[in-house]
Write a protein that binds this ligand. Structure first.
Ligand code: GLP
Length: 247
């Protein structure tokens, strides 16, 4: 795992965009895994700029989202499908319909999980997966305690995650769904490259566990230590609890 500490979210976005530009240059029909949350937003801005400048094209890219809330209706602004359409798909030259997500509107959620895993398998899984991290160490929505080799599944959001994400729901924790569908840790680990972005003090303990902790279901992101090509991009605040970063 390669750890890079950069001063600003913009510098992190550039570094992550470089990895994606390198991939799309070598493989224009790459499979890209996308993440929601606030951490990747500067990256999506940077990818939009590079697309507008003609440096990269998403015309032949297939995308797979990490996760989706259960219980939000079609078109809800915080549905992750809506979020990704707003922040990336509609801003670049990616084909409508080329960015896939788990179908959390399917009354048979288990079937939706299996169909999503099968679609990713058929596409050969992701060439590059963008990741954020929860304050409790989740990646995707893999909350603490689940198996490290899971496939796409239904998960239950922790109180901490719902509290953290209430800011997107007018501060109302009761408006945050309790369940989600997420790529499993095993699904995420099948990506050829992982690029994780973490900024801010709120992520410092999760980053400390990710980089220096034992691989453990209690801190799901630690599974990335077993990946052959994982890049972790953090700002000084998110790096502040790392032993090696202390003065
Ligand atoms: N499901 C998403 C994750 O994919 C994301 O990485 C994380 C961090 O979000 P943020 O970047 O807003 O801190 O939480 C959300 O709940």
């Amino acid at each position: 795992m390669e750890l890079v500490i950069l001063d600003t979210p913009e510098a992190i976005a550039e570094r992550a965009a470089d990895a994606i530009e390198e991939l799309l240059t070598a493989k224009p029909d790459a499979v890209l895994g996308t993440a929601t949350g606030s951490s990747p937003l500067p990256l999506y801005d940077e990818l939009t700029r590079r697309c507008e400048a003609g440096r990269i094209s998403f015309a032949r890219v297939t995308g797979f989202m990490l996760d989706e809330y259960v219980g939000l209706p079609e078109g809800h602004p915080e549905r992750y499908a809506t979020f990704m359409e707003r922040h990336l798909r509609s801003r670049v030259d990616m084909r409508p319909g080329a960015l896939h997500g788990p179908d959390a509107l399917n009354p048979d959620l288990q079937a939706a999980c299996e169909a999503y895993e099968a679609a990713m398998a058929a596409a050969g899984y992701c060439d590059l997966q963008i990741l954020g991290i929860g304050a409790d160490g989740h990646i995707g929505f893999n909350e603490p305690g689940g198996p490290l080799d899971s496939a796409t599944h239904i998960d239950v959001l922790t109180e901490q995650t719902r509290r953290d994400n209430a800011r997107f729901f007018d501060g109302d924790i009761d408006a945050v769904p309790t369940h989600c569908i997420t790529q499993g840790l095993g699904t995420i680990m099948k990506a050829r490259k992982l690029v994780l972005i973490a900024t801010g003090e709120n992520k410092a303990e999760a980053v400390r566990q990710l980089v220096e902790g034992e691989v453990s279901p209690q801190w799901p992101a630690t599974v990335m230590q077993n990946h052959a090509d994982a890049l972790v991009l953090v700002d000084p605040a998110a790096a502040s609890l790392l032993t090696a970063a202390r003065p």
